[in-house]
Structures are given as C-alpha cells and as structure tokens.
Design a binder for this molecule. Structure first.
Ligand SMILES: [Zn+2]
Length: 233
C-alpha cells in the first residue's frame, strides 16, 4: 500500500472514533432548540388559557354586579310606584320597571352562560399549566443530561482530537484536504478497499490499469466513479 494511503487509512480510523464520540453531542443544540420551541408553545397555551379564564371571571363578576344593581334599581322603582300621584306617572314607572327587568334578565342569562363555561375554562387552565410544568421538568432534565454528557465526553474528544492531529502528520496538505472533503461527502468513507476488482464504496469495477497501479503501490489511486482513495488489502 502507498505510505500516504496507509496514513490516511489510519487517520480515517481516528476520524471515525471522533465522529462516533461527537455524533450525539453534535445533535444536542438542534435537539435543545426543538424541545425549547415545544416548551414555549406549551407555555403560551397555558398563559392564553389563564388569560381566558381570568377575563371570564372578571366578566362574570361584572355581570353579577350589573344584575344586583338592576335588582336594586327595580326595588327603587317599585318603591316609587307607591308614591306616584297620577296614572301616567304610574304607567311610565311600570314601563321603566319592565325595561330594567328585561335588561336584568338578559344580563343574568349571559352570566349563567358564562358560569357554565367557567368550569371548562378552569379545566383548560389547569390542564395546559400541568402540561407546561411537566414538559419544563423534562426539559430541565434534558439540559442536565446534555451538560453531563458534554463534560463526560470532553476529555475523550480532546484525546481523540490529539490522536487525530498526530495521525494527520506527514500527509501532504493537498491530499489531506482531498481526504477531508471525501470524508464529509462520502459517508465517512474517504479511503476504501477494493475487493475482487470492485470499489467497496460504490461497487463499481476498478479498471485493470488502476488495479495494476494499486498493486504497484507507488501512487495514490482514486475510484473512477466515486473518487474515493483506494487500497487493496
Ligand atoms: Zn468507488
């Protein structure tokens, strides 16, 4: 095997270790953002449910007060009925009582309807708050686990990266760049074996000429189809 290819093969082993050490850690920020978004949605839902409930409670109290005020008004009008001097005034007062009573009944109906809704709104507020609190707990646990994983892994990653630097030493810079590009774009397999004349990266046939060059081990040979750097075991 060409000495540079041998070096790249060793380097690829270290890179695979680094990749497997950092794979789950690399996914953490995206996972955290996803979870945070979900948590924010739940918080908004809980706040909205609480706001709806509070508004309904205020409305309900106001309607109650309005109905009581109307009752007091009716009582005053009834008292006046006993003092009126003539029939016209009497009729006018009766008419006013009727009008206030109608408004009072409408207010009361509205208040009753709202009362019926209050239980549902209370339920919503409780349920959405519980869902938010539960998710927040899960999120905090996730953050703790993520932090633990990061710090536990930090030493291992640092050690693997140091090994990587050592393994990359002596590889010509152009070849190293080519290898690094392939490692990224070829599913972490930049250097790959040829078996029975087939590239094991893309399973295309390697030409006789390239096979001969591989056997000679005097130059770096790439797969004509997938450009991976080849070796024969
Ligand atoms: Zn190939």
């Amino acid at each position: 095997m060409h000495p540079h290819v041998q070096k790249l093969l060793d380097l690829q082993k270290v890179d695979l270790e680094v990749s497997s050490l950092t794979r789950d850690i690399d996914q953490l920020p995206e996972e955290e953002a996803k979870r945070k978004k979900r948590l924010d949605q739940l918080e908004r839902a809980a706040l909205e449910a609480r706001t709806r409930l509070q508004k309904a409670e205020v409305d309900s109290r106001n309607l109650d007060t309005a109905a009581r005020d109307a009752d007091a008004h009716i009582k005053r009008l009834n008292d006046r009925l006993n003092q009126v001097r003539n029939n016209a005034e009497y009729q006018a007062t009766l008419f006013e009582i009727e009008s206030v009573r109608k408004d009072r009944d409408a207010t009361q109906d509205e208040g009753l309807k709202l009362l019926e809704q209050l239980d549902g709104l209370r339920g919503d507020a409780t349920t959405t708050l519980a869902a938010f609190e539960a998710e927040r707990k899960v999120f905090e646990e996730f953050l703790q686990e993520a932090g633990k994983l990061r710090s536990e892994r930090a030493d291992e990653v640092a050690a693997a990266r140091a090994r990587r630097a050592a393994a990359a030493e002596g590889v010509p810079p152009d070849l190293l760049r080519e290898y690094e590009g392939l490692y990224k774009t070829r599913e972490h397999q930049a250097v790959c074996r040829v078996d029975d004349g087939y590239c094991q990266g893309c399973y295309n046939k390697v030409t006789m000429n390239d096979t001969a060059r591989l056997m000679g081990a005097s130059s770096v040979v790439r797969c004509g189809s997938c450009q991976r750097i080849l070796f024969i075991a």
